[in-house]
Write a protein that binds this ligand. Sequence first.
Ligand code: GMT
Length: 368
Amino acid sequence: MKIIIVCYPTFGGSGVLATELGHKLAKKNHEIHFIAYEKPVRLKPDNKKVFFHQVNVPFYPLFNFQPYELALSSKLVDVCSKFSIDLIHVHYAIPHAYAAYMAKKMMISSGIKIPLVTTLHGTDITLVGNHPFYKPAVKFSIEESDVVTSVSESLKQDTIDFFGIKREIKVVSNFVDLNKFNSQLLNCNIDNEDYKVITHVSNFRPVKNIRGVIEFFEKISKKIKSRFKLIGEGPELEVSKQLVKDKKIENVEFLGNTQEVEKELCHSDLFILPSKTESFGLAALEAMASKVVIISSDSGGLPEVNIHNETGFLTKYNDIDKMVDYAESVLKDEDKLSQMKENAFIRAQKFDINKIITNYEDIYHSLV
Ligand code: GMT
């Protein structure tokens, strides 16, 4: 099948998931055309079945805001006709689903009918999408897509509640490529020093509760000899670095964006994700695939991924003291730590890309 994937090209979860989906589909012999404003960060040029088409928005001084949706829908029409595309799959509703709806309409008038699949990822519904400035357009494009998927049951429910959507929404969870996170295949040398490694991965947006992340390490490092690795970049990165400096917290490393998060996770014991809202928590799933215990808030779809007392611990939002207590209990007990690490990996297998991808392929086949 010839499929267009529209996504954000950044390190954010939706872009990462869309790119990994495209790679896997290409390995299964589909022809994949990525469309974005830049080359997606995880896009690998190693498959002849993968193409990238950049959306350019020419600057014109009359426009206060350059019309990205317009350029995207024109690019969609162009790529569909040049490559005889079978289906468009957009990731993140704003503005991708809206632009794709317009492209579809434009093509119908030339006798071309292309189905549209929209995958909802999280903040497009829980934070940005339901703002009154966007809500009618987001609701409309959800209702007009041929199939809508959401990455968790929780996000599906939020979509129904926030937008009053009555149409079917299929849940297709986030997935992980287990081979990529296999410490043996990665030749991961775990040193036997007597400190524990704690990791956080995110795009440092306010929703990730970075202050909570730092407070957690400040407190746990007073109880357990540990090191902290923070991976990613975003609006709260500089504030976080300053906070660590001001509080004189030691053994903290900010690693920035990395293409090889697996090489950091394979040395980790614990992963901290105290987000205010999290539709699924792909970063936590990738940590679980690396046999890392998760301490997270119980918001959104996190309880569908991290199982309390089994793969890690869940607390109410911003209950950092409770998170520290749980972390201490597991980091002090080697048997419990190895059991929970193993449990995390077993749970991650439920979200193996090879299982989940067939759900998307079934959807595509039902439409084409
Ligand atoms: O985590 C982010 O802030 C990025 C965001 C995105 O859409 O790029 O991630 C969302 O989508 C991921 C992939 O489906 C989910 O695993 C994340 O939980 C979700 N983030 C939030 O809901 C905050």
